[in-house]
Design a protein around this ligand. Structure first.
Ligand code: BTN
Length: 247
């Protein structure tokens, strides 16, 4: 029998300290790195989060990686990949660490109602509106027993949630394997094929959320493209599309 070779993680660059794994992978992507290439580091000096925020880490306590994907899609479909990644990280944390992981739309992973992992999608478009590539930056809090004051009571780690230590190599492998599987499913069936699994894990549905235009309402569902459907009280549902930053 021939083993099927995995796409995500076919090349993994393991580094010590970098500014951001997103920056390292951007350079590799520009040099033509293959789809599925991964950069992981023990510490970032300038880790980035979504919406221009900083992603804090203490050396050796977090799992941090960036994954290069090159699907043949329009740039407008790229935000779906951040939901795919959030689902994969939730899968992986359940399988490898035994926690119950929920997803706060679009891609925050929560355990016990607190954020344990986040995904930063960054995309590069070609001139014709197609995607050249996307970088999925993934950060998981593993061993932290405290967080900086500005994160307040919002964050947790696998150590805090389970009271034990976790093997970083095993967690990395679990995330790459889960992402490989979810990406493959998404390539075959789109977000529509993952929608029920996503809903099952969602913490957002039924919650009050901002609509992005100054209003807020109750999140009632996600549609087949991964947009959040929000009842903001005007008789129709407002579609809220997750944003993807340029790399
Ligand atoms: C978020 O704001 O929730 C997304 C956080 C993403 C952090 C990861 S850590 C690895 C990769 N490199 C970065 O600079 N950011 C992402």
């Amino acid at each position: 029998m021939t083993a099927v070779r995995r796409l995500v993680g076919r090349a993994v660059h393991v580094l010590e300290t970098v500014d951001s794994t997103q920056n390292v992978l951007t350079r590799l992507a520009a040099e033509g790195a293959a789809e599925g290439t991964v950069v992981t580091a023990r510490h970032q000096t300038a880790g980035r989060g979504r919406r221009g925020r900083r992603w804090w880490d203490a050396p050796g306590q977090s799992l941090m990686m960036s994954v290069l994907l090159r699907p043949s899609i329009s740039i407008g479909q790229a935000p779906q990949l951040s939901l795919v990644a959030g689902l994969a990280v939730a899968d992986a944390l359940e399988i490898a660490a035994g926690v119950t992981a929920r997803i706060r739309w679009p891609n925050d992973v929560l355990v016990d109602g607190k954020k344990i992992a986040g995904v930063l999608p960054e995309a590069v478009a070609r001139g014709d509106g197609r995607l050249a590539y996307v970088l999925l930056g993934i950060g998981v809090n593993v061993d932290q027993d405290r967080f900086p004051d500005d994160l307040g009571n919002e964050a947790t780690s696998l150590g805090l949630a389970t009271g034990r230590t976790h093997d970083h190599g095993r967690l990395l492998e679990a995330v790459l394997e889960a992402l490989d599987r979810r990406y493959d499913e998404w390539l075959s069936a789109g977000f529509a094929g993952l929608r029920d699994e996503w809903r099952r894990r969602a913490s957002t549905l039924g919650e009050r959320v901002p609509t992005g235009d100054g209003r807020e309402g109750v999140a009632v569902d996600v549609d087949e493209s991964g947009a959040l459907l929000v009842d903001a009280g005007r008789g129709t549902l407002t579609r809220v599309v997750s944003q993807i930053a340029p790399s």
